[in-house]
Write a protein that binds this ligand. Structure first.
Ligand code: HEC
Length: 204
């Protein structure tokens, strides 16, 4: 019985294959190829995300944006979901933001393109200037393809709900934990004030 069935299915398979061969030989042969580009584009998307992840690791995004990293205990279950550690300097106090795709507290509302343009142009997604220590000037030298890969990786992360404290203007008291940089020695002191600040001209 089963032998007969096997034989029958072999015949059926052969029939299908020969039909396919006949079809592919007769023009136009567009249909059988249709499934291929879809698989290829999924592969390309996975490759792009993997490349973005690698760039984000070597560009140490997580040092500032993943909780615990600067204390030697990165919490990868909340990877890139922002930190409550403030950075205080002539620019005021800034907090590394939630970069996961959470709709309310992260970058969920923004398209890949918006994230690329923010990093390239040195402005936050609300259009305001990106404050230190976010080293956007360095990342702006990535190619567009690299920045798109980083943005695609950020969009592929699991969304984590975490509202980072709002940044604080110079001279206004910050709440929570923050790092303050002591005034530099004469050797280290900048000759010109850092871009975007009036430090050196007057006290904040
Ligand atoms: C040295 C610390 C530091 C590093 C490293 C860093 N960031 Fe940031 N990032 C910040 C801080 C601080 C802010 C908030 C700046 C502000 O409030 O103006 C920020 C803001 C951002 C924003 C704006 C988010 C928003 O809500 O508008 C994006 C996007 C961003 N960072 C992406 C990245 C990516 C991608 C990397 C790695 C390629 C990275 N950052 C590396 C500190 C850092």
């Amino acid at each position: 019985m089963s032998r007969i069935r096997v034989t029958a299915s072999v015949i059926a398979a052969v029939a299908i294959v020969s039909a396919a061969v006949a079809f592919s030989q007769s023009p136009p042969a567009a249909k059988p190829a249709a499934a291929k580009p879809a698989a290829t584009s999924a592969e390309a998307a996975a490759k792009k995300i993997a490349h973005g992840k690698h760039l984000s690791v070597v560009s140490v995004c997580g040092d500032c944006h993943t909780p615990g990293t600067l204390f030697g205990a990165p919490d990868f279950s909340r990877e890139l979901s922002g930190s409550e550690l403030g950075w205080q300097g002539p620019w005021g106090t800034s907090y590394a933001r939630n970069l996961t795709p959470d709709m309310e507290t992260g970058l969920g509302k923004y398209k890949e393109e918006d994230i690329v343009n923010a990093i390239k142009g040195g402005h936050r997604l609300d259009g305001s200037p990106m404050q230190p220590p976010m080293p956007w000037q360095n990342y702006a030298t990535f190619s567009d393809a690299d920045l798109h890969a980083i943005a695609a990786y950020l969009k592929s992360l699991p969304a984590v709900k975490h509202a980072v404290p709002d940044r604080v203007a110079p001279g206004t008291a910050a709440t929570g934990s923050f790092l303050t940089f002591p005034a530099p020695s004469a050797w280290d002191a900048p000759r010109t004030p850092p871009p975007g600040s009036d430090a050196g001209a007057k006290k904040p």
